[in-house]
Design a protein around this ligand. Structure first.
Ligand SMILES: Cc1ncc(COP(=O)(O)O)c(C=O)c1O
Length: 472
């Protein structure tokens, strides 16, 4: 009998193998439900993966937000919580960690990213102003609109094409931005809303050259730049890998240079900062800080806790430092690239190049026979769960919502199903299971039909909308 040939991943890829820079100290059991149980759970959830119970999920790739595994040092930090109402020592640790890592002067804590978005939008936007940005993000744009602003997409065209291999598909199109400033006048621009990496484009990075040129352009017109720094460390990794002159710089060095081209940032600390809850704002302008610090007490909590417990701020302060370690980022993004590599090898349509925090399946290419109004990416997320208990989320027409003026569906060019990879949670074996699940759903694509929306909430409908299958 022939001897079976087992080859390590490294051998299969013609390199030495590498491994995660951590070992596991505590485990959380998970189990696979039966096909009947999943069918029932999906119908009860109205074919919306946000409405599934997590106990019914096997591998949970709904989001990389708040789903990281904290380190033993962070858990030790939890025990060091100073729960004083005012002046908690944990706040000062957090303030110092943000100042040293991101380089901004003043820090305001918030309970999570959208708390920070609310405050910065209300502070910086005068009704009637425009907010240009490198592709929208759901909660960010909604807060900008609720503050009376109009978001204008100024990302490069390549970002809207899932197959385009541009290395920095998150870049701002400086010509589009300048045309807007010239047409409307600089005083009609609230600020440039820059995100690194760009979630809705598939986790695509912005280059350092683009950030530098953006700063020069904005200086010429007196426009400020605020950064959504939620996944900026992952953005720094792509600069290190792809941009000339940055190969020997550390993630921390790249991150602080990038931030130096901006006037401030808001953060969902639930991502790069490796905590389950938290957020912050950081700015260089004292007057802006003063207004933010005044608003935080109305909506979030005192300016030395902003909606977080003292222990959460301590875990966050430690997470900020751990989150910019080169070996951490290399293995975090490496895991995403590994999963993407398998799917590309099997010719399954995904957004390319593979981004920083997850794989984005191209639902239009999966299901060319399902029109966008029948929610192909929503159906794809449902099918993946039905097949294997793997949970992803829709990032297409449902997430894009309706135009506030016309009330019509917005039709984004990208109709994607996102598989976001939590940090330090799953192993390479989990990635193999996910890859095989995606392949099984891809192989069954021709028999799959669309969905009909039967319940639609007024805001951020993707969280709570309900659907029915068109194929009964
Ligand atoms: C790019 C980006 N900005 C902002 C947010 C909002 O942060 P949060 O979920 O902490 O409110 C998210 C969350 O997914 C995000 O991905």
């Amino acid at each position: 009998m022939d001897k079976p040939t087992y080859r390590t991943m490294g051998q299969q890829s013609g390199r030495r193998s590498w491994a995660e820079p951590w070992k596991i100290k505590m485990v959380e059991p998970i189990h696979l439900t039966s096909a009947e149980e999943r069918e029932r759970a999906l119908a009860e959830a109205g074919y919306n993966t946000f409405l599934l119970r997590s106990e019914d999920v096997y591998i949970d790739l709904l989001t990389d937000s708040g789903t990281s595994a904290m380190s033993d040092r962070q858990w030790a930090g939890i025990m060091m919580g100073d729960e004083a109402y005012a002046g908690s020592r944990n706040f000062y640790h957090l303030e110092e960690a943000v100042q040293q890592t991101y380089g901004y002067k003043y820090v305001v804590p918030t309970h999570q990213g959208r708390g920070a978005e609310h405050l910065i939008s209300q502070t910086l936007i005068t009704p009637g102003q425009y907010v240009p940005g490198n592709m929208y993000f759901t909660t960010t744009r909604l807060h900008q609109e609720l503050a009376g602003g109009t978001f204008v997409d100024v990302i490069i065209d390549e970002a809207h094409d899932p197959a385009n291999l541009h290395p920095f598909k998150g870049n701002v199109d400086l010509d589009k931005l300048e045309a807007l400033i010239v047409r409307e006048g600089a005083d009609k621009i609230a600020y440039v809303s820059l995100a690194g990496t760009v979630n809705m484009a598939g986790g695509q990075p912005v280059s350092m050259a683009n950030a530098r040129a953006l700063r020069e352009l904005c200086n010429r017109y007196g426009v400020s730049i605020y950064l959504d720094a939620t996944r900026m460390s992952e953005n720094a990794f792509f600069i290190q890998q792809r941009e000339e002159g940055y190969g020997s710089k550390s993630i921390a060095e790249i991150l602080s240079e990038f931030c130096s081209y901006t006037d401030g940032a808001w953060m969902s600390a639930k991502k790069d900062n490796l905590v389950n809850i938290g957020g912050w704002l950081a700015v260089n302008d004292y007057d802006v800080f003063d207004r933010l610090r005044n608003m935080v007490v109305i909506y979030e909590g005192l300016h030395t806790y902003g909606g977080m417990a003292g222990r959460d701020m301590e875990a966050l302060a430690i997470g900020i430092v751990e989150g910019v370690q080169d070996d951490h980022i290399r293995s975090r993004v490496g895991q995403v690239l590994y999963l993407g590599g398998l799917l590309i090898d099997w010719e399954i349509p995904i957004v390319r190049p593979v981004g920083g925090h997850g794989i984005f399946l191209d639902a239009r290419a999966f299901y060319p026979h399902i029109p966008q109004e029948q929610f192909p990416a929503q159906r794809l997320a449902a099918e993946l769960y039905r097949d294997s208990g793997v949970r992803g989320m829709e990032r297409g027409i449902v997430s894009a919502g309706r135009d506030p003026e016309t009330g019509e569906h917005r039709h984004p060019a990208l109709e994607l199903t996102r598989l976001a990879i939590p940090r330090r949670v799953y192993t390479q074996a989990h990635m193999d299971v996910v890859a095989e699940a995606v392949k099984a759903v891809y192989d069954a694509r021709e028999q799959t039909r669309g969905l009909k929306m039967v319940y639609e909430p007024a805001y951020l409908r993707f969280f709570q909308a309900r659907f029915e299958r068109l194929d009964g």
